[in-house]
Write a protein that binds this ligand. Structure first.
Ligand SMILES: Nc1ncnc2c1ncn2[C@@H]1O[C@H](COP(=O)(O)OP(=O)(O)O)[C@@H](O)[C@H]1O
Ligand SMILES: [Mg+2]
Length: 337
């Protein structure tokens, strides 16, 4: 478990103090995949680097598995850090060393006995699917393969936590998927807690259990990924979601609408039910679908439909109540003219 308490990170620069992280408190549970999203400059990397004390917080405490890292120094801090692996957008492999040597390096640095290094590197390369590349140099690898080497290196000393700083941002969509699949496997099989920061909401949708949204050094919203997709509260969160699920309706179509436009969100199994057709049967209301889809957030369906309802205002109100009672969330977007 990672407990971030009232962490602030300030940087002293020529132009004065820059606040990277502003009084953040956050608890990341053991074994979960936690995503932090935000635009560039939001403070994501600063916060992540505070977790393993690559940056020392200006204020606040960081506890990993109950140990307050901000109280540690020297050798005890180095030892505690071995339990926290990290990977980056640009991999940071040593170009003069082979794949094998890059991974072995992490073990040597941790003073692992020589005879244990070879079998351990082989085991790690097997896990990331690169056994056949062990004697190759990084320049001969694709981006996805380089990230796999970096993952093997990060896992070398059996960490309990893996920090990922935009780990898929330099990769194409297909490679991104394969790396996310590998991270998920590592999370499940080795029970490693993963903290992943990204500006790509589809990465979060794909593998995270819970998430937080950062802006100007602060966390402005957090919760289960599913709940945040189903009912985002902050404008910025809505913006991030719309990059994955877009419900923009062409202006020309909106101008033609004379009824009430509503967005109906169905959570879970009910997404597949005929709630809307029942609604239209029971009430004196006509309905037009403008947009709709069922998204799967880690296998859990989330149905979102935008429709125009036409009829007497009272009947529409009744229809909306009816939908709400059938375990859906209804939001009136705007009233027709
Ligand atoms: N080493 C540093 N020195 C000075 N300012 C920094 C440093 N690292 C980050 N910052 C500043 O802190 C803020 C947050 O940056 P960062 O944590 O890199 O955000 P993100 O990862 O979300 O893009 C930005 O204003 C950035 O300029
Ligand atoms: Mg960053």
């Amino acid at each position: 478990m990672i407990e971030i308490q009232n962490v602030t990170k300030e940087y002293d620069t020529k132009n004065g103090t820059v606040v990277g992280v502003d009084n953040v408190s956050l608890t990341i549970r053991e074994g979960e995949i936690f995503g932090i999203v935000g635009y560039s400059g939001a403070g994501k990397s600063s916060l992540l680097r505070c977790i393993n004390l690559l940056e020392r917080p200006t204020k606040g405490t960081i506890k990993v598995d109950g140990v307050d890292l901000t109280k540690l120094k020297g050798e005890s801090l180095r030892r505690a850090r071995l339990k926290i692996g990290m990977i980056f957008q640009h991999f940071y492999l040593i170009s003069q060393k082979t794949v094998f040597e890059n991974v072995a390096f992490a073990l040597k640095a941790a003073k692992v006995p020589k005879d244990q290094i070879k079998p351990r590197v082989e085991e790690l390369l097997e896990m990331v699917g690169l056994s056949d590349k062990k004697d190759v140099y990084p320049a001969q690898l694709s981006g996805g393969q380089k990230q796999r080497v970096a993952i093997a290196r990060a896992l070398a000393n059996n960490p309990t936590v893996l920090l990922c700083d935009e780990a898929t941002s330099a990769l194409d969509p297909k490679t991104t998927k394969s790396i996310l699949k590998l991270l998920k496997k590592i999370n499940k099989e080795l029970n490693i807690t993963i903290v992943l920061i990204t500006h790509e909401m589809d990465v979060v949708k794909e593998i995270c259990d819970r998430m937080a949204v950062m802006e100007k050094g602060r966390i402005i919203e957090e919760g289960r990924v599913y709940d945040i997709f189903a009912s985002p509260k902050e404008q910025l969160t809505k913006e991030f979601i719309s990059s994955v699920i877009s419900y923009d309706i062409p202006e020309a179509i909106l101008l033609e609408c004379t009824g009430t436009i509503v967005k109906v969100t169905f959570k879970g199994k009910v997404a597949g039910e005929g709630v809307i057709s029942d609604t239209l049967k029971v009430h004196q209301v006509d309905g037009n679908f403008l947009h709709g889809s069922i998204e799967y957030i880690q296998d859990e369906p989330l149905g979102i439909f935008i429709m125009e309802l036409k009829g007497e205002k009272q009947e529409i109100e009744k229809a909306l109540r009816y939908i709400e009672n059938r375990a859906a969330q209804v939001e009136v977007i705007n009233y027709g003219i």
